[in-house]
Design a protein around this ligand. Structure first.
Ligand SMILES: NC(=O)c1ccc[n+]([C@@H]2O[C@H](COP(=O)([O-])OP(=O)(O)OC[C@H]3O[C@@H](n4cnc5c(N)ncnc54)[C@H](O)[C@@H]3O)[C@@H](O)[C@H]2O)c1
Ligand SMILES: O=C(O)[C@H](O)COP(=O)(O)O
Length: 528
């Protein structure tokens, strides 16, 4: 088997390359490429490991014809076009905790740097000025810290601030009152926080809701003398308004690790008194970089070699333990999806995926995604388990998942029911022996068959001689029958014949089959 190929395109701790190699991937480390240069090489790779420098745009993704996974060694994924990646079936994963402590510590460091004007004092002292009277700081003890965003990093900042004997108020619409008590903060609305805080630190992602959260208007609502730290994302603060308020003295200090445009080689804020900045160093400690490098490489290599999914932003998680158990179910589910897709075409309006018995003990999301992928493969070349749920949603397909813990006739069963203009139709399958997928029911008729390769599906009226006549037709057409599966509603009623054949059945032979006595429907099927 050829090894998956991974590109590390941003500066990353060498442990990442080591782990990729140890876990069976070929890895190239090529950093500093322009978008055009990246586009030229990305087509060779199954995995792309990045930090924040590489911008994975729609344009890059279009050239990434083999790409299966993008791994962000860090938290923020605003440099990845996730909708485009999802539409293309590429998993996007990050390492949500590996650099949180480090970033929280950077926020605290910047808060102290502001409180005691450390950078200016350092510059002046090293310039031989000894300006002891110029620098007068403030204590943080007893002061109020206003946290905007109280997720992973925000709550670590809160714990450190509480240790420094600060009071902490937090604005985060998703912070529950219980969690606020647990992390020792007072939950507040934004205006209250702005009015109360002596220091403000920001810890939200950049979204349409958080963009410009410290707008000119909101900055004006802050307490005079406030000091502001942003270690989250550029774009959260109106930089021009911040400059004006620093100049007027309303804001006593501001520290930015992140800028609206990065790299920030110039800014009106540069040179402003009481303004300090760092070049997006929030995550830059040895510890954090080792953490995120190890984690991203493990997650990506696991996905590429076993199918295990951890910390994906566009796909349900699937542990390395679950992956091998789910693999045969996903194969079964994809075949059932492909069967209904081929039999009912694109008239499917809704679909129910039921799992029964042993299948009900498993994570159902990947089974559902596999059914949808099988179904939609009939009309999309690029569909896979990652993008199938998105495409289904886009098409307005109503997807329902049902779980029956009890065992029915089979120890384990997956049933797929589609709602079409002609009513509901269901197919079901089980796993036999060593996890072999097996069809057991087709449109209410019990038929056992392996769904593999080229097949022929025939609905006819049960009558003597039919099997002979179809056998003769295929024989005369030089088509060898591999397996033969029969089912019927009742003797003399509707019957189903599923044949596996060693070569595709031409339209001409299909047309002839349709003319055989008692035939109601003939369809050629193909399975992976
Ligand atoms: N400077 C750096 O180097 C660096 C390093 C790591 C992370 N970050 C950034 O820090 C930010 C926070 O990371 P995290 O790990 O704590 O993320 P997180 O997802 O754990 O927390 C984000 C919090 O923001 C809250 N939030 C969302 N919308 C909000 C809104 N409109 N108003 C107020 N709160 C809102 C969420 O409820 C959540 O609690 C991210 O943007 C991340 O990219 C920067
Ligand atoms: O979101 C993050 O993890 C940080 O912004 C870190 O970015 P970096 O990996 O480019 O330092």
């Amino acid at each position: 088997m050829t090894k998956p190929k991974v590109l590390i395109s941003d500066k990353m701790d060498p442990n990442a390359a080591r782990i990729f190699a140890e876990m069976g991937c070929d890895v190239d480390v090529i950093t500093g490429k322009t978008p055009e240069e990246l586009k030229a090489i990305i087509g060779q790779y199954d995995g792309l490991a990045i930090r924040s420098s590489t911008k994975v745009t729609k344009d890059i993704l279009e050239a990434a014809t083999n790409l299966k996974v993008i791994g962000r060694a860090g938290i923020g994924v605003d440099n990845v076009d996730i909708p485009a990646a999802s539409a293309q079936g590429v998993v996007v994963m990050n390492t949500p905790f590996g650099n949180s402590i480090t970033t929280a510590e950077h926020a605290i460091a910047l808060m102290f740097a502001l409180a005691r004007q450390l950078p200016e004092a350092d510059l002046s002292t090293q310039a031989g000025k000894w300006e002891k009277n110029r620098f007068m700081g403030v204590e943080v003890t007893g002061k109020t810290l206003g946290l905007i965003g109280a997720g992973n990093i925000g709550s670590i900042v809160a714990s450190r601030a509480l240790g420094l004997r600060m009071k902490v108020v937090a604005y985060d619409p998703f912070l529950t009152p219980e969690r606020a008590i647990e992390i020792g903060v007072e939950k507040a609305d934004l205006d209250t926080l702005l009015a109360k805080a002596d220091f403000i630190t920001l810890h939200t992602p950049l979204t349409s809701e958080t963009r410009n959260i410290l707008s000119r208007e909101n900055l004006a609502k802050t307490k005079k003398g406030v000091r502001i730290v942003n270690c989250a994302r550029g774009g959260l603060i109106d930089e021009a308004a911040l400059k004006d308020l620093l100049d007027s003295g309303h804001v006593a200090g501001a520290a930015l690790d992140v800028f609206e445009t990065e790299p920030a080689k110039e800014s009106p804020l540069f040179g402003t008194p009481n303004f300090i900045c760092t070049p997006h160093l929030g995550a830059s400690t040895t510890e954090a970089q080792v953490n995120v490098a190890l984690q991203v490489a493990e997650q990506m290599a696991e996905f590429l070699t076993t199918g295990g999914v951890t910390n994906a932003l566009n796909m349900p998680s699937l542990s390395a333990e679950e992956a091998p158990k789910l693999k045969p179910y996903m194969a079964l589910a994809e075949k059932l999806g492909a069967l209904v897709g081929q039999l009912v075409g694109d008239s499917v309006k809704k679909i129910a995926i039921e799992v029964e018995g042993a299948a009900a003990q498993l994570n159902q999301k990947p089974i559902t995604a596999a059914v949808l992928a099988g179904l939609m493969k009939q009309y999309s070349q690029t569909v896979n388990m990652v993008n199938a749920p998105f495409l289904a949603k886009e098409r307005g397909l109503d997807v329902r998942e049902v779980r029956h813990e009890r065992e029915g006739e089979y120890r384990t069963l997956v049933r797929v029911t589609v709602g079409t203009d002609e009513g509901e139709k269901a197919v079901a399958g089980t796993l036999f022996g060593n996890g072999q997928p097996r069809l057991v029911e087709i449109f209410d008729i019990a038929v056992e068959a392996d769904l593999d390769g080229d097949m022929l599906y025939i609905v006819n009226t049960d009558a003597p001689g039919f099997i002979g006549s179809i056998g003769t037709l295929l024989g005369q057409s030089n088509i060898n029958i591999g397996t033969f599966h029969l089912g019927r509603r009742q003797a003399g009623g509707e019957a189903v014949l599923l044949l596996s054949v060693d070569s595709p059945v031409s339209d001409e032979v299909l047309a002839k089959a349709k003319t055989l006595n008692g035939v109601r429907l003939v369809k050629a099927l193909k399975f992976a």
